[in-house]
Design a protein. Structure first.
Length: 191
């Protein structure tokens, strides 16, 4: 299971190859007004619903930060809206490390990255970081959708070019962790 990490600075390769400290950032640090590179307007949003929750505003319903939303038999201006059962619409922050399922010069350029390393054993890496954070990370490939649903592993199809694999930890304290030597090997330094 090959995973690649694109790095903003060439100097950061050393921590991954020779061992050293790396920061793990909150998902919300990748939140932005616009979709650009690694930044998205829907990062850390949990939106699970048959109907887009923000679309209900046109009917006088404003829902923010809610879980298990149920709205049945609702009519607005004579129009019956679809039932909403056990929907969720809230922000959930946590720490994430984002990798890529493939090596691509185009992806590196689009992200404005200067180097790429291949992770030797992603499961072993997660277990090492789990011990330091005191909680178990969830990992998997991101899926992409054209609809409104979102979670930490379900992103907009506009982000599909990232071909992302993530590890997510449900803790909200940013942390530096120690990466052992030989966690990764250098793939390429970009010009």
């Amino acid at each position: 299971m090959r995973k690649y990490l694109y790095l903003t600075e060439v100097e950061w390769v050393d921590a991954w190859v020779k061992g050293g400290s790396i920061p793990i950032s909150l998902a919300s640090s990748y939140l932005s007004e616009d979709r650009a590179g690694i930044f998205t307007p829907d990062e850390n949003l949990i939106h699970e619903s048959a109907v887009s929750i923000p679309s209900l505003r046109q009917h006088g319903i404003n829902i923010e930060g809610s879980r298990n939303i149920t709205i049945k038999n609702f009519t607005s201006n004579g129009i019956k809206l679809p039932d909403i059962i056990n929907a969720n619409y809230y922000k959930e922050d946590g720490l994430i490390l984002s990798f890529c399922n493939s090596f691509s010069v185009d992806i590196a350029k689009k992200m404005d990255k200067k180097a790429c390393v291949e992770i030797i054993n992603i499961e072993k890496l997660r277990q090492n970081i789990d011990r330091q954070l005191g909680c178990k990370g969830i990992m998997g490939s991101c899926r992409y959708t054209l609809d409104h649903n979102r979670n930490h592993f379900l992103k907009s199809s506009e982000d599909s070019w990232q071909n992302e694999f993530r590890i997510f930890w449900r803790t909200t304290r940013e942390k530096w962790v120690e990466i052992p030597a030989n966690s990764a090997k250098l793939v390429k330094i970009f010009d």
